[in-house]
Design a protein around this ligand. Structure first.
Ligand code: S3P
Length: 445
Protein backbone atom coordinates (compact mmCIF):
# COMPACT_ATOMS: atom_id res chain seq x y z
CA UNK A 1 0.00 0.00 0.00
CA UNK A 2 2.61 2.48 1.11
CA UNK A 3 6.09 2.80 -0.30
CA UNK A 4 8.83 4.76 1.46
CA UNK A 5 8.05 5.94 5.00
CA UNK A 6 6.99 9.59 5.14
CA UNK A 7 8.29 11.37 8.24
CA UNK A 8 6.36 14.48 9.31
CA UNK A 9 6.82 17.01 12.11
CA UNK A 10 4.33 19.30 13.88
CA UNK A 11 5.31 22.56 15.57
CA UNK A 12 3.52 25.00 17.82
CA UNK A 13 2.28 28.03 15.90
CA UNK A 14 -0.57 30.53 15.92
CA UNK A 15 -4.21 29.76 16.68
CA UNK A 16 -6.25 27.39 14.49
CA UNK A 17 -9.22 29.07 12.89
CA UNK A 18 -11.85 28.60 10.21
CA UNK A 19 -14.42 26.10 9.02
CA UNK A 20 -13.27 22.53 8.50
CA UNK A 21 -15.04 19.64 6.82
CA UNK A 22 -13.32 16.33 7.41
CA UNK A 23 -13.85 13.43 4.96
CA UNK A 24 -16.76 10.98 5.07
CA UNK A 25 -17.26 8.43 7.80
CA UNK A 26 -15.15 5.32 7.33
CA UNK A 27 -17.60 2.89 8.91
CA UNK A 28 -20.51 4.12 6.80
CA UNK A 29 -18.41 4.20 3.62
CA UNK A 30 -17.41 0.52 3.90
CA UNK A 31 -21.00 -0.49 4.65
CA UNK A 32 -22.48 1.51 1.77
CA UNK A 33 -20.17 -0.20 -0.74
CA UNK A 34 -20.82 -3.67 0.68
CA UNK A 35 -24.60 -3.31 0.93
CA UNK A 36 -24.69 -1.76 -2.55
CA UNK A 37 -22.77 -4.79 -3.83
CA UNK A 38 -25.34 -7.11 -2.20
CA UNK A 39 -28.27 -5.33 -3.88
CA UNK A 40 -29.52 -5.73 -7.43
CA UNK A 41 -29.84 -2.28 -9.07
CA UNK A 42 -27.96 0.97 -8.68
CA UNK A 43 -26.98 2.38 -5.30
CA UNK A 44 -25.52 5.91 -5.25
CA UNK A 45 -23.18 7.13 -2.53
CA UNK A 46 -22.31 10.82 -1.95
CA UNK A 47 -19.50 11.89 0.33
CA UNK A 48 -17.80 8.48 0.31
CA UNK A 49 -14.48 8.48 2.15
CA UNK A 50 -11.88 8.07 -0.59
CA UNK A 51 -9.18 6.79 1.76
CA UNK A 52 -7.07 3.73 1.06
CA UNK A 53 -9.07 1.43 3.37
CA UNK A 54 -12.35 2.17 1.59
CA UNK A 55 -10.70 1.88 -1.85
CA UNK A 56 -9.66 -1.65 -0.85
CA UNK A 57 -13.28 -2.49 -0.10
CA UNK A 58 -14.36 -1.01 -3.45
CA UNK A 59 -11.72 -3.18 -5.19
CA UNK A 60 -12.88 -6.27 -3.28
CA UNK A 61 -16.53 -5.69 -4.26
CA UNK A 62 -15.44 -5.37 -7.92
CA UNK A 63 -13.42 -8.58 -7.67
CA UNK A 64 -16.55 -10.32 -6.31
CA UNK A 65 -18.64 -9.26 -9.32
CA UNK A 66 -20.17 -5.86 -8.43
CA UNK A 67 -19.68 -2.78 -10.61
CA UNK A 68 -18.29 0.12 -8.60
CA UNK A 69 -17.46 3.45 -10.25
CA UNK A 70 -16.83 7.04 -9.22
CA UNK A 71 -18.57 9.72 -11.28
CA UNK A 72 -16.90 13.01 -12.16
CA UNK A 73 -19.13 14.79 -9.63
CA UNK A 74 -17.70 12.59 -6.87
CA UNK A 75 -20.81 10.41 -6.56
CA UNK A 76 -20.09 6.69 -6.42
CA UNK A 77 -22.38 4.21 -8.18
CA UNK A 78 -22.59 0.57 -7.22
CA UNK A 79 -24.44 -2.01 -9.34
CA UNK A 80 -24.73 -5.00 -7.08
CA UNK A 81 -25.22 -8.71 -7.66
CA UNK A 82 -27.86 -9.44 -5.01
CA UNK A 83 -27.68 -11.40 -1.75
CA UNK A 84 -25.83 -14.67 -2.48
CA UNK A 85 -24.73 -13.44 -5.92
CA UNK A 86 -20.98 -12.94 -5.53
CA UNK A 87 -18.64 -14.85 -7.85
CA UNK A 88 -15.26 -16.29 -6.83
CA UNK A 89 -12.50 -13.69 -7.24
CA UNK A 90 -9.60 -14.63 -9.50
CA UNK A 91 -6.93 -13.39 -7.10
CA UNK A 92 -6.80 -12.97 -3.35
CA UNK A 93 -8.61 -9.92 -1.94
CA UNK A 94 -6.12 -7.50 -0.38
CA UNK A 95 -7.66 -5.41 2.39
CA UNK A 96 -4.45 -3.51 3.10
CA UNK A 97 -4.60 -2.01 6.60
CA UNK A 98 -8.37 -2.34 7.01
CA UNK A 99 -9.93 -4.54 9.69
CA UNK A 100 -13.40 -3.18 8.95
CA UNK A 101 -13.27 -3.94 5.23
CA UNK A 102 -11.89 -7.41 5.83
CA UNK A 103 -14.23 -8.48 8.64
CA UNK A 104 -17.38 -7.10 7.03
CA UNK A 105 -16.44 -8.69 3.70
CA UNK A 106 -15.97 -12.07 5.41
CA UNK A 107 -19.57 -11.88 6.62
CA UNK A 108 -20.89 -10.58 3.30
CA UNK A 109 -19.24 -13.22 1.14
CA UNK A 110 -20.00 -16.15 3.48
CA UNK A 111 -23.50 -16.15 1.98
CA UNK A 112 -22.39 -16.80 -1.62
CA UNK A 113 -21.33 -20.23 -2.94
CA UNK A 114 -17.77 -19.12 -3.68
CA UNK A 115 -14.20 -19.54 -2.49
CA UNK A 116 -12.15 -16.44 -1.69
CA UNK A 117 -8.81 -15.75 -0.05
CA UNK A 118 -8.50 -12.59 2.02
CA UNK A 119 -5.21 -10.94 2.91
CA UNK A 120 -3.80 -7.68 4.20
CA UNK A 121 -0.65 -5.80 5.19
CA UNK A 122 1.62 -6.73 8.10
CA UNK A 123 -0.60 -4.87 10.59
CA UNK A 124 -3.81 -6.58 9.41
CA UNK A 125 -2.06 -9.98 9.27
CA UNK A 126 -1.35 -9.64 12.98
CA UNK A 127 -4.98 -8.95 13.97
CA UNK A 128 -7.46 -11.56 15.26
CA UNK A 129 -9.97 -12.92 12.74
CA UNK A 130 -11.08 -16.00 14.72
CA UNK A 131 -13.72 -13.88 16.46
CA UNK A 132 -15.44 -13.50 13.06
CA UNK A 133 -14.71 -16.99 11.71
CA UNK A 134 -16.29 -18.72 14.74
CA UNK A 135 -19.88 -17.50 14.16
CA UNK A 136 -19.52 -17.75 10.38
CA UNK A 137 -18.52 -21.40 10.75
CA UNK A 138 -21.57 -21.97 12.96
CA UNK A 139 -23.65 -20.52 10.14
CA UNK A 140 -22.18 -23.02 7.65
CA UNK A 141 -19.20 -21.24 6.06
CA UNK A 142 -15.99 -23.26 5.84
CA UNK A 143 -12.50 -21.95 6.25
CA UNK A 144 -9.23 -23.43 5.06
CA UNK A 145 -5.57 -22.61 5.38
CA UNK A 146 -5.99 -20.41 8.40
CA UNK A 147 -2.84 -19.64 10.37
CA UNK A 148 -2.68 -20.23 14.10
CA UNK A 149 -4.99 -17.97 16.04
CA UNK A 150 -7.07 -17.24 12.93
CA UNK A 151 -4.82 -14.72 11.21
CA UNK A 152 -4.79 -13.66 7.55
CA UNK A 153 -4.38 -14.92 4.89
CA UNK A 154 -7.68 -16.81 5.17
CA UNK A 155 -9.48 -18.85 2.54
CA UNK A 156 -13.22 -19.04 3.08
CA UNK A 157 -15.86 -21.13 1.30
CA UNK A 158 -19.32 -19.64 1.46
CA UNK A 159 -22.73 -21.21 0.84
CA UNK A 160 -25.83 -19.72 -0.74
CA UNK A 161 -27.91 -20.82 2.20
CA UNK A 162 -26.51 -20.38 5.71
CA UNK A 163 -28.02 -21.38 9.07
CA UNK A 164 -29.54 -18.56 11.11
CA UNK A 165 -28.00 -18.37 14.59
CA UNK A 166 -28.51 -16.58 17.86
CA UNK A 167 -25.16 -15.11 18.75
CA UNK A 168 -23.72 -13.27 21.74
CA UNK A 169 -20.37 -11.75 20.72
CA UNK A 170 -17.67 -12.40 23.37
CA UNK A 171 -16.24 -8.91 22.77
CA UNK A 172 -17.94 -5.56 22.09
CA UNK A 173 -17.21 -5.24 18.37
CA UNK A 174 -19.32 -3.63 15.67
CA UNK A 175 -17.25 -5.40 13.04
CA UNK A 176 -18.08 -8.80 14.51
CA UNK A 177 -21.77 -7.96 14.89
CA UNK A 178 -21.87 -6.66 11.33
CA UNK A 179 -20.21 -9.77 9.89
CA UNK A 180 -22.90 -11.97 11.50
CA UNK A 181 -25.73 -9.71 10.30
CA UNK A 182 -24.38 -9.55 6.74
CA UNK A 183 -24.08 -13.36 6.67
CA UNK A 184 -27.59 -13.50 8.16
CA UNK A 185 -28.94 -12.00 4.94
CA UNK A 186 -28.33 -15.44 3.37
CA UNK A 187 -29.92 -17.42 6.23
CA UNK A 188 -33.64 -18.27 6.06
CA UNK A 189 -35.42 -17.22 9.26
CA UNK A 190 -34.11 -14.99 12.02
CA UNK A 191 -30.49 -14.23 12.81
CA UNK A 192 -30.17 -12.75 16.28
CA UNK A 193 -27.23 -10.85 17.76
CA UNK A 194 -27.30 -10.07 21.48
CA UNK A 195 -24.90 -7.33 22.55
CA UNK A 196 -24.19 -6.94 26.26
CA UNK A 197 -22.94 -3.46 25.38
CA UNK A 198 -24.20 -1.64 22.30
CA UNK A 199 -21.62 -0.84 19.61
CA UNK A 200 -21.96 1.50 16.62
CA UNK A 201 -25.21 0.61 14.84
CA UNK A 202 -24.53 1.78 11.28
CA UNK A 203 -25.06 -1.71 9.83
CA UNK A 204 -28.49 -1.99 11.44
CA UNK A 205 -29.50 1.50 10.26
CA UNK A 206 -28.23 0.91 6.75
CA UNK A 207 -29.79 -2.55 6.43
CA UNK A 208 -33.12 -0.91 7.23
CA UNK A 209 -32.37 1.82 4.68
CA UNK A 210 -31.85 -0.92 2.03
CA UNK A 211 -35.21 -2.50 2.89
CA UNK A 212 -34.19 -5.35 5.21
CA UNK A 213 -36.47 -6.27 8.10
CA UNK A 214 -34.49 -5.71 11.27
CA UNK A 215 -35.63 -5.01 14.81
CA UNK A 216 -33.52 -3.62 17.63
CA UNK A 217 -34.52 -3.79 21.32
CA UNK A 218 -32.68 -2.09 24.13
CA UNK A 219 -31.84 -4.59 26.89
CA UNK A 220 -29.90 -4.79 30.17
CA UNK A 221 -29.27 -2.36 33.00
CA UNK A 222 -29.68 1.24 31.81
CA UNK A 223 -30.53 -0.13 28.34
CA UNK A 224 -26.83 -0.57 27.54
CA UNK A 225 -27.34 -3.78 25.53
CA UNK A 226 -29.16 -4.61 22.31
CA UNK A 227 -31.10 -7.56 20.93
CA UNK A 228 -30.98 -7.35 17.14
CA UNK A 229 -33.14 -9.62 14.98
CA UNK A 230 -32.68 -9.76 11.20
CA UNK A 231 -35.03 -11.59 8.82
CA UNK A 232 -32.91 -13.45 6.28
CA UNK A 233 -33.22 -13.71 2.52
CA UNK A 234 -34.75 -10.28 1.91
CA UNK A 235 -35.07 -8.47 -1.40
CA UNK A 236 -32.77 -5.55 -0.70
CA UNK A 237 -33.63 -2.33 -2.50
CA UNK A 238 -30.96 -0.08 -3.99
CA UNK A 239 -30.62 3.11 -1.99
CA UNK A 240 -29.09 6.57 -1.94
CA UNK A 241 -26.52 6.99 0.80
CA UNK A 242 -25.22 10.35 2.04
CA UNK A 243 -22.05 9.86 4.08
CA UNK A 244 -21.64 12.45 6.86
CA UNK A 245 -18.23 13.63 8.10
CA UNK A 246 -16.39 11.10 10.24
CA UNK A 247 -16.43 11.99 13.96
CA UNK A 248 -13.30 9.86 14.47
CA UNK A 249 -11.44 12.06 11.96
CA UNK A 250 -13.02 15.29 13.28
CA UNK A 251 -11.51 14.34 16.66
CA UNK A 252 -8.03 15.44 15.50
CA UNK A 253 -8.70 19.08 14.49
CA UNK A 254 -11.14 19.25 17.41
CA UNK A 255 -8.52 18.37 20.03
CA UNK A 256 -5.93 20.51 18.21
CA UNK A 257 -8.25 23.53 18.54
CA UNK A 258 -8.74 22.83 22.26
CA UNK A 259 -4.97 22.73 22.87
CA UNK A 260 -3.66 25.62 20.78
CA UNK A 261 -4.31 28.90 22.64
CA UNK A 262 -6.69 31.34 20.92
CA UNK A 263 -8.09 28.74 18.49
CA UNK A 264 -11.70 28.69 17.35
CA UNK A 265 -12.89 26.37 14.59
CA UNK A 266 -16.17 25.06 13.23
CA UNK A 267 -16.39 21.42 12.21
CA UNK A 268 -19.05 20.96 9.55
CA UNK A 269 -21.60 18.15 9.20
CA UNK A 270 -20.08 15.79 11.76
CA UNK A 271 -22.00 12.60 12.41
CA UNK A 272 -23.25 12.55 15.99
CA UNK A 273 -24.73 9.06 16.19
CA UNK A 274 -24.95 8.59 20.00
CA UNK A 275 -22.92 5.37 19.75
CA UNK A 276 -19.99 7.43 18.41
CA UNK A 277 -19.99 10.47 20.70
CA UNK A 278 -18.08 9.18 23.74
CA UNK A 279 -15.18 11.56 23.02
CA UNK A 280 -17.47 14.62 22.96
CA UNK A 281 -19.01 13.56 26.29
CA UNK A 282 -15.58 13.05 27.84
CA UNK A 283 -14.05 16.28 26.53
CA UNK A 284 -17.04 18.27 27.80
CA UNK A 285 -16.56 16.67 31.23
CA UNK A 286 -12.93 17.83 31.02
CA UNK A 287 -14.10 21.41 30.48
CA UNK A 288 -13.91 21.67 26.68
CA UNK A 289 -15.89 24.41 24.97
CA UNK A 290 -17.76 22.52 22.25
CA UNK A 291 -21.06 23.97 21.06
CA UNK A 292 -23.40 22.02 18.86
CA UNK A 293 -24.39 24.82 16.50
CA UNK A 294 -26.86 23.10 14.18
CA UNK A 295 -28.30 19.64 14.03
CA UNK A 296 -30.12 17.74 11.31
CA UNK A 297 -30.54 14.16 10.32
CA UNK A 298 -28.63 13.18 7.19
CA UNK A 299 -29.55 9.90 5.51
CA UNK A 300 -30.56 8.06 8.68
CA UNK A 301 -27.72 9.41 10.86
CA UNK A 302 -27.68 12.44 13.19
CA UNK A 303 -25.39 15.25 12.04
CA UNK A 304 -24.23 18.44 13.79
CA UNK A 305 -21.97 21.44 13.34
CA UNK A 306 -19.46 21.73 16.18
CA UNK A 307 -17.93 25.04 17.29
CA UNK A 308 -14.76 24.41 19.30
CA UNK A 309 -12.74 26.96 21.29
CA UNK A 310 -9.36 26.53 23.00
CA UNK A 311 -10.06 25.47 26.59
CA UNK A 312 -8.33 24.75 29.88
CA UNK A 313 -8.94 21.05 30.53
CA UNK A 314 -8.96 19.02 33.75
CA UNK A 315 -8.39 15.29 34.26
CA UNK A 316 -11.39 12.93 34.53
CA UNK A 317 -12.16 9.25 34.94
CA UNK A 318 -13.55 7.60 31.79
CA UNK A 319 -15.73 4.56 32.64
CA UNK A 320 -15.24 1.26 30.76
CA UNK A 321 -18.87 1.27 29.53
CA UNK A 322 -18.03 4.27 27.38
CA UNK A 323 -15.32 2.42 25.43
CA UNK A 324 -17.47 1.20 22.50
CA UNK A 325 -18.69 4.77 21.84
CA UNK A 326 -15.15 6.14 21.59
CA UNK A 327 -13.01 3.10 20.85
CA UNK A 328 -10.96 4.80 18.12
CA UNK A 329 -10.57 8.05 20.05
CA UNK A 330 -8.40 6.97 23.01
CA UNK A 331 -5.05 7.98 21.45
CA UNK A 332 -6.28 11.54 20.80
CA UNK A 333 -8.06 11.66 24.18
CA UNK A 334 -4.74 10.67 25.78
CA UNK A 335 -3.16 13.70 24.08
CA UNK A 336 -5.91 15.95 25.46
CA UNK A 337 -5.33 14.34 28.89
CA UNK A 338 -1.61 15.21 28.74
CA UNK A 339 -2.54 18.90 28.32
CA UNK A 340 -5.16 18.74 31.10
CA UNK A 341 -4.44 19.56 34.73
CA UNK A 342 -4.54 16.42 36.87
CA UNK A 343 -5.05 12.73 36.37
CA UNK A 344 -7.13 11.12 33.63
CA UNK A 345 -7.90 7.41 34.01
CA UNK A 346 -9.27 5.58 30.96
CA UNK A 347 -10.65 2.21 31.96
CA UNK A 348 -11.38 -1.03 30.13
CA UNK A 349 -9.16 -0.65 27.06
CA UNK A 350 -8.34 -4.31 26.28
CA UNK A 351 -9.70 -3.99 22.72
CA UNK A 352 -7.10 -1.29 21.99
CA UNK A 353 -4.46 -4.02 21.98
CA UNK A 354 -5.86 -5.50 18.74
CA UNK A 355 -6.31 -2.38 16.63
CA UNK A 356 -4.05 -1.36 13.70
CA UNK A 357 -1.29 -1.55 16.34
CA UNK A 358 -1.25 -2.45 20.02
CA UNK A 359 -2.72 1.00 20.55
CA UNK A 360 -2.56 0.87 24.32
CA UNK A 361 1.20 0.41 24.18
CA UNK A 362 1.67 2.76 21.21
CA UNK A 363 -0.35 5.53 22.91
CA UNK A 364 1.63 5.26 26.15
CA UNK A 365 4.90 5.26 24.20
CA UNK A 366 3.80 8.33 22.18
CA UNK A 367 3.18 10.29 25.38
CA UNK A 368 6.27 9.02 27.18
CA UNK A 369 8.74 10.10 24.47
CA UNK A 370 7.19 13.56 24.74
CA UNK A 371 7.82 13.88 28.45
CA UNK A 372 4.34 12.92 29.73
CA UNK A 373 3.86 10.89 32.92
CA UNK A 374 1.80 7.89 31.75
CA UNK A 375 1.19 4.32 32.94
CA UNK A 376 -0.63 1.25 31.70
CA UNK A 377 -2.29 -0.52 34.65
CA UNK A 378 -3.82 -3.80 33.45
CA UNK A 379 -6.30 -2.60 30.78
CA UNK A 380 -6.37 1.00 32.00
CA UNK A 381 -4.39 3.99 30.81
CA UNK A 382 -3.44 6.59 33.40
CA UNK A 383 -2.19 10.00 32.23
CA UNK A 384 -0.95 12.57 34.74
CA UNK A 385 -1.51 15.85 32.95
CA UNK A 386 0.41 19.05 33.75
CA UNK A 387 -1.56 21.49 31.63
CA UNK A 388 1.21 21.48 29.03
CA UNK A 389 3.59 19.04 27.31
CA UNK A 390 7.31 19.30 26.63
CA UNK A 391 7.24 17.43 23.31
CA UNK A 392 10.50 17.03 21.41
CA UNK A 393 9.87 13.30 20.83
CA UNK A 394 10.08 11.16 17.71
CA UNK A 395 7.01 8.88 17.66
CA UNK A 396 6.92 5.41 16.12
CA UNK A 397 3.55 5.01 14.43
CA UNK A 398 3.52 1.17 14.11
CA UNK A 399 1.53 1.34 10.79
CA UNK A 400 -1.27 3.04 12.74
CA UNK A 401 -2.95 6.13 11.23
CA UNK A 402 -4.50 7.24 14.52
CA UNK A 403 -1.19 7.15 16.38
CA UNK A 404 0.36 9.26 13.61
CA UNK A 405 -2.42 11.89 13.70
CA UNK A 406 -2.53 11.98 17.52
CA UNK A 407 1.22 12.53 17.75
CA UNK A 408 1.08 15.38 15.22
CA UNK A 409 -1.76 17.08 17.12
CA UNK A 410 0.37 16.75 20.24
CA UNK A 411 3.19 18.58 18.42
CA UNK A 412 0.87 21.50 17.58
CA UNK A 413 0.47 22.20 21.30
CA UNK A 414 3.86 21.14 22.73
CA UNK A 415 6.81 23.34 23.65
CA UNK A 416 9.13 21.40 21.28
CA UNK A 417 8.20 19.91 17.87
CA UNK A 418 6.91 16.34 17.67
CA UNK A 419 7.85 14.10 14.74
CA UNK A 420 6.40 10.84 13.42
CA UNK A 421 8.45 8.24 11.58
CA UNK A 422 5.75 7.52 8.99
CA UNK A 423 2.69 9.63 8.21
CA UNK A 424 1.79 7.63 5.09
CA UNK A 425 -0.80 5.48 6.90
CA UNK A 426 -2.89 8.59 7.58
CA UNK A 427 -4.18 8.15 4.00
CA UNK A 428 -6.01 4.98 5.08
CA UNK A 429 -8.70 7.02 6.87
CA UNK A 430 -8.01 10.75 6.46
CA UNK A 431 -6.60 11.70 3.07
CA UNK A 432 -5.67 15.39 3.07
CA UNK A 433 -5.18 15.52 6.86
CA UNK A 434 -2.00 17.62 6.79
CA UNK A 435 -3.31 20.07 4.17
CA UNK A 436 -6.62 20.52 5.98
CA UNK A 437 -4.86 21.30 9.26
CA UNK A 438 -2.42 23.62 7.48
CA UNK A 439 -5.39 25.48 5.98
CA UNK A 440 -6.56 26.15 9.55
CA UNK A 441 -3.11 27.49 10.47
CA UNK A 442 -1.19 24.43 11.68
CA UNK A 443 2.58 24.17 11.19
CA UNK A 444 3.16 20.68 9.74
CA UNK A 445 6.15 19.90 7.57
C1 S3P B 1 -15.62 -0.29 13.26
C2 S3P B 1 -15.65 -0.87 14.50
C3 S3P B 1 -14.57 -0.73 15.49
C4 S3P B 1 -13.65 0.43 15.16
C5 S3P B 1 -13.28 0.46 13.70
C6 S3P B 1 -14.51 0.59 12.84
C7 S3P B 1 -16.73 -0.53 12.33
O1 S3P B 1 -13.80 -1.93 15.50
O2 S3P B 1 -12.49 0.35 15.95
O3 S3P B 1 -12.42 1.54 13.40
O4 S3P B 1 -16.84 0.18 11.31
O5 S3P B 1 -17.53 -1.45 12.59
P1 S3P B 1 -14.22 -3.21 16.41
O6 S3P B 1 -15.42 -3.82 15.83
O7 S3P B 1 -13.01 -4.12 16.32
O8 S3P B 1 -14.41 -2.66 17.79
Amino acid sequence: MTDAPQPLTARRGGPLTGRIRVPGDKSISHRALILGALTVGETTISGLLEGEDVQRTADAMRALGAQVARGEDGTWRVRGVGVGGFTSPRASLDFGNSGTGCRLALGALAGSPITATLDGDASLRSRPMKRVLDPLQKMGAKTREVADGGRLPITIEGASELYPIEYEPPVASAQLKSAVLLAGLSAPGETTVIEAQATRDHTERMLRHFGAKISVKHIGTNDVGRRIILQGQPELEPAQVLVPADPSSAAFPLVAALLVPGSEIVLEAVMTNPLRTGLLTTLKEMGASIETAAVNSDGGEEVAELRVKASALKGVEVPPERAPAMIDEYPILAVAAAFAEGQTVMRGLSELRVKESDRLMATAEMLRVNGVDVQIENDDLVVNGKGRATGGGQVTTHMDHRIAMSALVMGLGSEQPVGVDDASFIATSFPGFADLLRSAGADLG
